[in-house]
Design a protein around this ligand. Structure first.
Ligand code: ADP
Ligand code: MG
Ligand code: ZN
Length: 487
């Protein structure tokens, strides 16, 4: 029987976190917490005669994203009216870029596991990115529907990929990378629970190796990367089954049911002519001065790939460690602030990616929620380096720091967890051990030097791991030297 492969193209809607909306001076606010309909005006509520004005900052943000995605920035820009009816779309149309988007023909490299498990890079084409405005939000309560227009007119950038994805792993890698680029650019904070990033997956399935683009379905309104992956996986399986049973996939728009994990038909797909696009008569074409583009290109911040490369070459981190650290801007910031506090690059990377990540996972927190700042973590790591505490104690100290936000030193002091580096105290323990274990001592002196580890282990046991191991090793060496001379 034939094997099938998925073909997927993604449309990502990113809110641009400007201060004001796309075409009016209303503030852009957190849609999940602001009181409804407080940030509205005649423009975004579509009062007759109100005129839109293009937000310069939104255009700038859109260009920054376009540049970061290796797109060409188009000089001639035009907005169009896309007509459709929805209760939270007061104008009855959305102002969007149709034939003349701000950015086109770019690409983004993603990293995915190859067939042999090695990480390989794959280039995904970016067809276009265009500016538009968000709709309001409807909430359904019993028989009633409530409309909040705070979000109406918030700037959106729609980023459309080529149908270049061949697996759900690839769309996940792309979504994560795109999200981190938007964060690095400072144009979107990436918090999907606030709806600032939304996905649409266009999914088709074909016989593996074929070049045709089969009929696709479009899954709308996916509010998280997880939902996008689940919905796409379901849809791939569904279409594969249709073909295996000799059927045909119908082109349609689907919704995703989070509870059942299934896609379901919302409507047959609308075509461009359904929207009756025409140029927005209230906005003149927007001409982008190439000098403006150059200025923005020069000002782009260091992006994840460049930062990853620098972490590898400048600090000797592994590609994997570096990739994890740059994947989220907040984590990269935490790491770099720790370096400024004189943290050892490799040790700091280990503590973040192992200890902090474990805690963040268990507590379901973000790195920005931590009570322990990078300088505090570095101070703890340096206590280990300076021989004040051992590595295991440091983990216990960190656990307390994460709970109450105190510095490491006072916790070590209060708990009496400092390493025992008092020579006479350690010597007393060592003398006792030597006296009480004549056989191992004899073997050691007879050449079984591997027994040194056992002796050190005994001291550790007695001191509950708090002895300064390096010092204990020195003291044993001296003791055995004296015993050798005496015999
Ligand atoms: P629309 O505006 O109707 O959504 P577009 O032509 O702009 O249509 O394409 C939208 C998305 O669908 C793009 O991301 C594109 O890569 C993807 N796409 C197009 N054809 C296919 C296909 N056969 N299978 C999967 N994805 C596709
Ligand atoms: Mg679409
Ligand atoms: Zn407004």
């Amino acid at each position: 029987m034939a094997t099938y492969e998925p073909v997927i193209g993604l449309e990502v809607h990113a809110e641009l976190l400007t201060e004001s909306k796309m075409f009016c001076p209303c503030a852009v606010v957190d849609a999940t917490s602001a009181a409804p309909n407080q940030h509205i005006c005649p423009v975004c509520t579509a009062q007759p005669g109100a005129l839109p004005v293009i937000n310069r900052q939104a255009v700038e943000y859109a260009m920054m994203v376009g540049l970061a995605l290796n797109c060409q920035i188009n000089r001639f820009n035009q907005f169009s009216r896309k007509s459709y009816f929805y209760p939270d779309l007061p104008k009855g149309y959305q102002i969007t870029q149709y034939e003349h988007p701000i950015a086109s023909n770019g690409w983004l490299d993603i990293e995915v596991a190859g067939s042999d498990g090695q990480v390989i890079s794959k280039r995904i084409g970016i067809r276009r990115a265009h500016m538009e405005e968000d709709t309001g939000k409807s909430t359904h309560v019993g028989d009633a529907s409530l409309v909040d227009l705070n979000r109406a007119g918030v700037p959106l950038l729609e980023i459309v990929s080529e149908p270049d994805f061949r697996s759900v792993e690839e769309i996940e890698a792309y979504a994560r990378k795109l999200r981190s680029i938007l964060q690095y650019l400072g144009v979107n904070h990436g918090d999907m629970s606030k709806g600032v990033l939304r996905f649409e997956a266009n999914v088709s399935v074909r016989e593996a190796g074929s070049n045709v683009l089969n009929t696709r379905t479009e899954i709308k309104n996916l509010n998280s990367i997880r939902s996008m992956v689940r919905a796409s996986r379901f849809e791939i399986a569904r279409q594969t089954e249709v073909y295996e049973n000799g059927g045909e996939v119908k082109q349609q728009t689907l919704g995703f049911n989070e509870v059942t994990g299934e896609t379901r038909s919302q409507r047959s797909k609308e075509t461009a002519s359904d929207y009756r696009y025409f140029p927005e008569p209230d906005l003149p074409p927007l001409m982008i001065d190439p000098a403006w583009v150059d200025e923005l290109r020069a000002k782009l911040p260091e992006l994840p790939d460049a930062k990853r490369g620098r972490f590898v070459t400048a600090f000797g981190l592994s590609e994997d460690d570096a990739a994890v650290l740059v994947s989220d801007k907040a984590i990269a910031d935490y790491y770099e602030t720790g370096l400024k506090a004189k943290g050892d690059p490799q040790k700091l990377a280990n503590w973040i990616t192992i200890e902090l990540f474990r805690y963040l996972n268990e507590a379901n927190l973000e790195i920005t929620d931590l009570k322990v700042g990078p300088a505090q973590l570095v101070a703890l790591i340096n206590m280990v380096e300076d021989g004040q505490i051992n590595n295991n104690t440091a983990k216990d100290v960190l656990a307390i720091m994460l709970e109450d936000g105190r510095e490491a030193a006072p916790i070590v002091e209060e708990k009496g967890w400092g390493l025992i580096s008092d020579t006479s105290e350690l010597e007393a323990i060592i003398d006792n051990l030597i006296e009480g274990n004549p056989d191992p001592v004899h073997s050691y002196l007879g050449g079984k030097e591997g027994l040194l580890g056992w002796f050190i282990g005994q001291v550790m046991k007695e001191t509950k791991g708090q002895a300064d191991a390096a010092l204990v090793r020195d003291l044993f060496a001296k003791k055995f030297d004296t015993l050798r001379e005496q015999s």
